[in-house]
Design a protein around this ligand. Structure first.
Ligand SMILES: CC(C)(COP(=O)(O)OP(=O)(O)OC[C@H]1O[C@@H](n2cnc3c(N)ncnc32)[C@H](O)[C@@H]1OP(=O)(O)O)[C@@H](O)C(=O)NCCC(=O)NCCS
Length: 144
């Protein structure tokens, strides 16, 4: 498995993973727009096929933000999500990021467990954060 930078032709597979991972997927045009705005975008590739991706950016100079991460259902619990976050953290380190933040749906218990396992702490609840009014948990991790 390799982690590499996103390339435009990857969008078809990334979008398939997005759709099968989220009830409220970003349209592929929005994913591309975020990329065009300068967000970091990495994909995990296994046997020539894309099996996961992560999108992130840096705001307020030293705060890294994970916008989205998803792994193909057939390849979960293989360490791919962890590897995507690890690689992102290496990039953040180069840009002197001090804290990483993200929002996750309160009911996304799997993702909350995943983030906790890789060292994120739950900070606080953002009430009715999502369009369907579900609350978000803000999670953060201090860089070493
Ligand atoms: C969250 C997600 C990216 C994790 O990817 P992954 O490649 O399966 O994660 P990893 O294999 O690196 O898991 C690392 C550890 O996290 C924890 N973990 C991961 N998925 C878990 C689950 N479903 N239930 C409980 N713990 C879980 C485990 O401790 C796991 O280690 P283990 O397998 O040795 O027990 C993946 O489940 C996914 O794509 N979910 C749907 C999209 C999503 O919710 N994204 C986050 C939105 S904020």
């Amino acid at each position: 498995m390799i982690i590499r930078e996103f390339r435009r032709p990857d969008i078809k597979r990334v979008f398939e993973i997005e759709v099968s991972s989220f009830d409220d997927p970003y349209p592929s045009s929005v994913l591309l727009e975020i990329y065009n705005l300068g967000a970091g975008f990495l994909v995990a590739q296994k046997d020539n096929s894309i099996v996961g991706y992560i999108i992130f950016w840096i705001r307020f100079e030293d705060e890294g933000h994970i916008i989205s991460i998803a792994v193909d259902k057939n390849h979960r619990r293989e360490g791919i999500g962890s590897k995507l976050v690890e690689t992102t953290m290496e990039i953040f380190k180069k840009y002197s990021v001090k804290t990483i933040k993200l929002e996750v749906r309160v009911e996304n218990v799997q993702a909350r467990k995943f983030y906790k396992k890789i060292g994120f702490k739950e900070d606080r609840i953002l009430e009715k954060y999502y369009e369907d009014f579900e609350d978000a948990v803000i999670m953060n991790k201090k860089m070493d």
